[in-house]
Design a protein around this ligand. Structure first.
Ligand SMILES: [Zn+2]
Ligand SMILES: [Zn+2]
Length: 251
């Protein structure tokens, strides 16, 4: 059961400025982690201080108006309110990223594991952003917006296979992983963790396709042929129907 922690609950400083110029109905939620090494706190009593330290770094080191993230989630299933709903973030590394996507940061580093309690907290944060923050169903990793290792291999794999989606997902035979909420189109090339998931599934189905996480002309050609074969709208775009058919349509 996730516990939400208010800004006063973790001792946040006041922000110096904030903007409500955000349109998450066009994107959704981008997932982050803190960075390299091991940073997860064993004792939950230490987590609020960690969040305060991140805020100090963002405000005093980077000169930002506030902590950059919308929410921060610790390994103990607590969700700390950063900028909160309906507020533009500074975390996603690009104008379009900060315009259309909230930012949820896991309080782990590359050497830390991803316990179930953390996954629960991330799902709760995303669920809240959909329910009260107008977020669309998309879930991306920071690296989908800018060149970075964030949010690390484990979490980024979970972005791709639907594990972070509060609506379920997870996949398995005959049980399609939840549609990631991101349309694969070309051009330009669509890069997203879930592109590899779809390419891998199409390869399993016997299509000749490279599993490289990049949806370009070759992937689009496979998509078009698959859509024609299954009587789907042949638009070369992997949306919910084409995604689900990859798992559920007869071979
Ligand atoms: Zn990040
Ligand atoms: Zn904690």
């Amino acid at each position: 059961m996730t516990t939400f922690v208010s800004r006063s609950g973790w001792g946040a400083r006041a922000w110096t400025n904030r903007s409500t110029n955000i349109t998450p109905q066009n994107g959704g939620v981008a997932v982050h982690y803190v960075g390299a090494g091991s940073v997860a706190r064993q004792d939950h009593a230490d987590c609020a201080a960690q969040v305060r330290g991140i805020q100090n770094q963002h405000m005093d080191g980077n000169g930002w108006a506030d902590i950059a993230y919308t929410y921060l989630v610790c390994v103990h299933d607590h969700v700390f309110t950063g900028r909160g709903t309906n507020t533009r973030t500074a975390a996603n590394g690009s104008n379009s990223g900060n315009q259309d996507w909230y930012a949820v940061c896991a309080l782990i580093g590359s050497s830390d594991s991803v316990p179930t309690a953390l996954v629960n907290g991330i799902r709760s944060a995303i669920e809240t952003l959909r329910a009260t923050g107008n977020a669309a169903n998309g879930i991306t990793g920071h690296r989908d917006h800018v060149a970075t290792s964030c949010p690390g291999e484990i979490l980024y794999g979970m972005v791709g296979d639907g594990s972070l989606d509060p609506g379920g997902g997870g996949g398995g035979p005959g049980n399609p992983p939840g549609w990631p909420g991101v349309y694969f189109r070309y051009p330009p090339i669509t890069r997203h963790a879930s592109v590899s998931t779809w390419q891998g599934r199409m390869s399993e189905r016997g299509w000749s396709i490279t599993v490289d996480g990049a949806y370009g002309q070759a992937s689009k050609d496979v998509c078009l042929a698959f859509q024609r074969e299954k009587g789907l709208t042949a638009d070369g775009v992997v949306g919910p129907a084409t995604w689900n058919a990859a798992w559920t349509a007869p071979l």
